[in-house]
Structure formats: structure tokens, C-alpha cells
Design a protein around this ligand. Sequence first.
Ligand SMILES: C[S@@+](CC[C@H](N)C(=O)[O-])C[C@H]1O[C@@H](n2cnc3c(N)ncnc32)[C@H](O)[C@@H]1O
Length: 248
Amino acid sequence: MRPGSWVGRVHGRYGLANVAVCAYLIARSMKKYRDHYFEKAKRENYPARSVYKLKEIDKALKILRPGAKILDLGASPGSWSLFAAERIGPGGLVVAVDLNPPGAEFPRNVTFVQDDAFAPGPELARLLAAVSPFDLVISDMAPKTTGIKLTDQTRSLELCECAFELSKRHLRQGGHLLVKIFQGPDFKAFMDSLKPFFTTIKGFKPESSRAESKEMFLAALGAKFHPDKGEGASEGAAEKNASGGQRD
Ligand SMILES: C[S@@+](CC[C@H](N)C(=O)[O-])C[C@H]1O[C@@H](n2cnc3c(N)ncnc32)[C@H](O)[C@@H]1O
């Protein structure tokens, strides 16, 4: 242990036994917390505890409406799609996309396609064209984490930008976008890039998301663009362009 390090200082001041007890208690409470949502998800037949994040967000924003058409990006193992399918009912449709196969059996109002959201293959492209415009695009996409904070944040941001691009093409006017993002240096710039295209942007850190996790959710509500007019042809953006504003 280096004498000048914080571990060294804490050790010197409180003694190794106390530090070890604290570390143990923190680890135990984190495990208890993880187990709580894990067990709850198992009991309620969801393949992942991430469902509670969407439940919290929907409780606050009421974005999952009966009959809605939803594009769920990063849908595997399938908790979000299952919950969305319950909320929208038999008259709605979830198009669920993930690089990985699903870990759940879906009801009839969910169509799952194994594909890359960055480069939709023919099956997904056909489906998107047939179902568009969607009422809601949700993205819980996450990169394979490397443990290198900046790399993980950059990759998470790329996934958010991908979800945003797909929204510009496939979201109806007045529709909503919900994305998970690892907060990093470009977080604010991304949030700002959404502003001209939506009426309201809200940030969420659900209680069911680990406090130590840098993830949070951005809900962009009330799309101002018209997918049928091509790439992000928003009235707001068009006005901004005309006045020399920046367009992404
Ligand atoms: C946290 S998990 C999603 C959990 C899911 N929302 C649920 O409730 O079961 C993140 C997912 O994003 C997917 N993903 C990452 N990059 C992707 C991409 N380019 N296209 C599609 N899915 C992607 C991963 O394969 C992973 O399954």
C-alpha cells in the first residue's frame, strides 16, 4: 500500500479492520440491492431487471399508450418489449431489434428481428418501412463495456445517435424518443442536438438504476419532424437552418 494514497491514509486513520468492515458492508448492500430487482424480475417473469427502469419512466411520463407502435432498440433479452406489449395491448405493435437473440417468448404484438440498429438488413428495413411512422422509439442499447470510462461513454453516445437517426426517419410527428446514455463529456452536446427536434427533453435517473452507474435516460417528447418528408425535415430545424442555425 502506498503511504500517500487515499487507501493508505484511510488505513492509517481508521485501521485496516474498519476499512475492511466498511468495504464488506458496501458490497453487501450493493448485492442486496441487485438481488432485490433480480428476484423481483424473476418472480414477475421478466428476463431482466431493466424492466423496472422503463416502468418508472412510464409511470412518470405515460409514454406507453394502448394501440401504440413502438420501435424497441437493444431489446434482448426482452423485458422492455414484454412490458411495452402489456401496456399497448393487442391493438399495438412492438418492433424489437437486437444484435443478440431474445431470452423470452414474446406475445403476438411483438415482432423481434435480430439485427444491427446501425445497419438494418433487408428484413428489418422492410419491417420499418411497413410499420412507420412509430409513436415511440425506445433504446436501452448498451455497448459491451471495456471498463475504460471514456471509451464506454463514447460508444454509448454513438448508440444514442443511432437511435436518434432512426427516430428522424421513423417517428411520427408528436412521437417520443427514450434513450439510455452513459453520461460523459458529450452528454450535454447530445442533449442540445435533440432540442430543435422535440418540444421537451427530460432526464431520468430511475431508482432501480444503480446509484454508482453513470447511466441515465433522456426522454425527448413531442417530435417536430415529418418522417415522410425525409431526413429530419423538422419545422423547427428548417427555421433554424434558414436563420443560419446548425443542423446535425
Ligand atoms: C441492457 S441490454 C437491453 C435490455 C433490454 N432492454 C431488456 O429489457 O431486456 C442492451 C442491449 O443492447 C444491444 N445492442 C448493443 N448494440 C446494438 C446494436 N448496434 N444494434 C442492436 N442492439 C444492440 C445488446 O446486444 C444488448 O442486448
